[in-house]
Design a protein around this ligand. Structure first.
Ligand code: KG4
Ligand code: ZN
Length: 331
């Protein structure tokens, strides 16, 4: 079965075709990052309007790349939430109306399930069960995953998500949007000079808290006015060090407590090379395996939605929704 995947929850329009027999056939993405950069963050109304402009050309693009026509589509999967309501409505209404016209079923996908399963799109995918670290702009969660739809939440953030902490800290340091990649790049030229706290590092549970870290950065920034380039890079270095140390330690605790030896990392922060370096070393020491999606599938994309939809459809023996009504679930 061939599933068209539609992602429009935030500032990326992602389309993809996934074949349950042959795997990923094609994917295409339009990122609105440049459009929102001058505002320092995503402007929801602009995001919605841009999704409208992109969704049809991108659909044509993936069909052409895969050498398929609309008639080859067996089902349509789309992100129903969480995300920006206007942005979600574009993908949702597009997916449901196209499915209605083709008389094929739809599968509404939870955006986080898309991220969670993204590493399974790679060659030699990790086998169930595994521990998943999901670190994106909106979430920081540790989960035990026993199969499609079998997710147990082990730990969550009590305040900011990891990506959110990167973005807010980058803003404090005067870096552009999106902050995560910019901060990470700057940290490469920094060194160990400051000491930031490691909130909840030894809390005995698997929860995270990153907002105190951001406040500690603000204090440093205020103490070192005017900020010079070296100080900015050194603060970035220590911030990245603190976040990646916490994430790594909690992942290792989760593996130990569940007795599993398989770790899967996903979400935008999963693209962070320092995090990958630390996780690779820690899992190697404990003889565990760690898997990541390819870099372009760490952040939002249509491939993960097509894949999660295809897995759901398989589990439902091909019976998706056929009522063609729709609503979004922003939260
Ligand atoms: O998964 P994603 O595309 O969107 C959400 O569903 O939230 O993640 C975006 C987040 C942003 O906060 C961005 O700053 C962060 O992931 N991010 C990074 C890196 N690349 C993206 N954070 C740290 N290092 C990176 N290399
Ligand atoms: Zn996302």
């Amino acid at each position: 079965m061939i599933v068209l995947g539609v992602e429009s929850s935030c500032d990326e329009t992602g389309l993809a075709l996934y074949d349950t027999e042959q795997g990923l056939l094609a994917h295409a993405l339009h990122s609105q990052v440049e459009m929102h950069a001058e505002y320092g963050g995503v402007v929801p109304e602009l995001a919605s309007r841009d999704h409208i402009r992109r969704v049809l050309p991108l659909t044509e693009n993936v069909l052409k790349t895969a050498n398929k026509t609309l008639q080859d589509i067996d089902a349509i999967a789309y992100t129903q939430g969480p995300g920006l309501s206007g942005a979600l409505l574009v993908g949702t209404s597009f997916a449901e109306s196209l499915a209605f016209s083709l008389q094929v079923p739809t599968i509404n996908v939870h955006h986080l399930e898309g991220h969670l399963l993204a590493p399974l799109l790679e060659a030699n995918p990790p086998a169930f069960p595994f521990v998943a670290l999901l670190v994106s702009g909106g979430h920081s969660q540790l989960m035990r995953v026993d199969g499609i739809g079998e997710y147990e939440l082990l730990g969550d953030t009590l305040d900011d998500a990891a990506g959110e902490a990167f973005d807010k800290t980058a803003k404090l340091l005067g870096l552009g949007y999106p902050g995560g990649p910019a901060l990470s790049k700057l940290a490469q030229s920094g060194k160990a000079r400051f000491k930031l706290p490691r909130p909840l590092l030894n809390s005995g549970d698997l929860n995270f808290s990153f907002s105190g870290l951001k406040t500690a950065v603000l204090t440093l920034v205020n103490q070192h006015q005017p900020l010079d380039a070296t100080t900015t890079a050194d603060i970035a270095w220590e911030f990245q060090e603190a976040v990646t140390e916490i994430l790594t330690l909690k992942c290792m605790t989760a593996l130990r407590e569940t007795g599993l030896d398989n770790l899967v990392v996903s979400g935008g922060v999963g693209a962070n090379s320092k995090l990958r370096e630390k996780l690779n070393a820690a899992t190697k020491r404990k003889l565990c395996k760690v898997s990541y999606p390819r870099l372009e599938f760490c952040t939002d994309n249509g491939a993960m939605i097509a894949f999660a939809g295809a897995m759901r459809l398989k589990a439902m023996h091909g019976n998706g929704n056929r009522n063609y009504g729709f609503s979004v679930r922003p939260r």
